[in-house]
Design a protein around this ligand. Structure first.
Ligand code: GDP
Length: 178
């Protein structure tokens, strides 16, 4: 079955986003404590596809060895899972473009990994600020890429972007069935 993986820096809002998408409380744990998701969790959706919850990267409070272990777990999954159909890379819309995210995305490109971007916590900014932050990030990507990846602007708080993401997943699933 196709797998849609979710990744981002700790505290980016990954658990909240997965909760919003699945619409089921208790399926993925929401926590204000960063770095809590340690291993790779799979959630089967409608018997048709999987959400794959990857550990957060760049969590400063982990020691070097811990960070390296997580990095290896993440890279092994991404490089070796043929079932991984798309990787959603989560970006906190409040931040200016971060080196760690840009480098990770560059690594995805070097390895031909299909991905899209999800800007999280969209409710935390005014429309103007949100637009300009999204544009700033996309401008950074344009330095690396001829074509921009698909992207979504979401808010788990306001349930924004849910239909767009689920439609996107549904469309890919339909294509794969043919
Ligand atoms: P994770 O570490 O990436 O899984 O992040 P969480 O989902 O646990 O969220 C981290 C913090 O951000 C929590 O305090 C959430 O309540 C908050 N948060 C997550 N998504 C949103 C959102 O869309 N809007 C707002 N206002 N807060 C959010």
């Amino acid at each position: 079955l196709p797998e849609y993986a979710f990744i981002g820096r700790s505290n980016v809002g990954k658990s909240s986003l997965i909760n919003m998408l699945t619409n089921r409380k208790g399926l993925a744990m929401t926590s204000a404590k960063p770095g809590k998701t340690m291993l790779i969790n799979h959630f089967l959706i409608n018997e048709e596809w999987y959400i794959v919850d990857l550990p957060g990267y760049g969590y400063a409070k982990r020691n070097q060895k811990g960070q390296q272990q997580i990095k290896t777990i993440i890279e092994d999954y991404i490089l070796e899972r043929t079932a991984m159909t798309n990787l959603f890379v989560l970006i906190d819309c409040r931040l200016s473009p971060q080196q760690i995210d840009l480098e990770f995305i560059e690594w995805l490109g070097e390895n031909n990994i299909p991905f899209s971007i999800v800007f999280t916590k969209g409710d935390k900014l005014t429309k103007n600020k949100l637009d300009s932050n999204v544009e700033a990030f996309l401008n950074e990507l344009k330095k690396q890429w001829e074509e921009l990846p698909p992207y979504f602007i979401t808010s788990s708080e306001k349930r924004m972007g849910r239909d767009e993401m689920l439609n996107y997943i549904e469309q890919i699933n339909e294509t794969l069935k043919k």
